[in-house]
Ligand binder design. Structure first.
Ligand SMILES: Cc1cc2nc3c(=O)[nH]c(=O)nc-3n(C[C@H](O)[C@H](O)[C@H](O)COP(=O)(O)O)c2cc1C
Length: 204
């Protein structure tokens, strides 16, 4: 079956895109509202775009009211965010944190999630997330109708739980993917988990 994107309504184009571009990682993003409360929301239009400087990208639509989402507003104001990689145990909380709340109501408090100071970083991290990136805003670009906000953030520090680390070749440290147990976003309201890992050496 061929989908002619020029002939499809925008909502259906979006639906077909998210059915096929999978699995997607989820960024569970903590930002600070001007009242000092912590906002938390998941985004799966999320990827790495550059290693030098180390930049991650999140792509945000608008609220149904036409306003920018709280994550963008908070990031623009405070210039910082913490991106967590949620795992299987966090599935329900991650999903619940996508509800639209008043912008000064904290999903962190509502969901009873514990915070932990993030060394010298401006914001705390979720205590139970095994991976957290402390990031600074690099650039915001707007794209297309809406518009969609592309948030480029630079990683300043990375936390990885010692429990999921193991020694690797060349004195490096690697992450045990099964122990990280990240949630993968699939199409519709489906999610997946890693169960089967293959090792493959790249050709020279
Ligand atoms: C798994 C998952 C992935 C999501 N991915 C995105 C996304 O990539 N972009 C987006 O704009 N909204 C996405 N959403 C919806 C936002 O999480 C939702 O609009 C949230 O209320 C935004 O919160 P904020 O206004 O506090 O920033 C996603 C929701 C879920 C459950």
């Amino acid at each position: 079956m061929i989908f002619d994107f020029a002939a499809l309504p925008a909502a259906q184009r979006y639906f077909q895109m998210i059915q096929t571009l999978m699995p997607r990682p989820i960024a569970w993003v903590l930002t600070e509202h001007e009242s000092g409360s912590y906002n938390l929301a998941p985004f799966s239009f999320f990827t790495a775009v550059c290693a030098e400087p180390p930049i991650l990208m999140l792509s945000l639509g608008l609220k149904t009211t036409g306003e920018h989402k709280d994550t963008r507003v908070n990031l623009e104001r405070s210039q910082h965010c913490v991106i967590h990689i949620p795992d299987r145990n966090m599935l329900d909380a991650m999903n619940a944190s996508s509800a639209t709340l008043a912008n000064d109501i904290s999903e962190v408090e509502q969901l009873g999630l514990a915070l932990q100071p993030f060394d010298g970083f401006a914001l705390p991290r979720l205590r139970d997330a095994k991976v957290a990136y402390g990031c600074k805003l690099h650039e915001i670009k707007e794209m297309g109708a809406g518009p969609q906000s592309l948030l480029f953030v630079q990683i300043e520090q990375l936390f990885i739980d010692d429990e999921i680390l193991e020694p690797a070749d060349h004195g490096r440290i690697k992450v045990d993917a099964i122990k990280l147990d990240p949630i993968a976003r699939l199409g519709a309201n489906e999610y997946g988990f890693l169960t089967d890992i293959t090792h493959l050496k790249r050709p020279d």
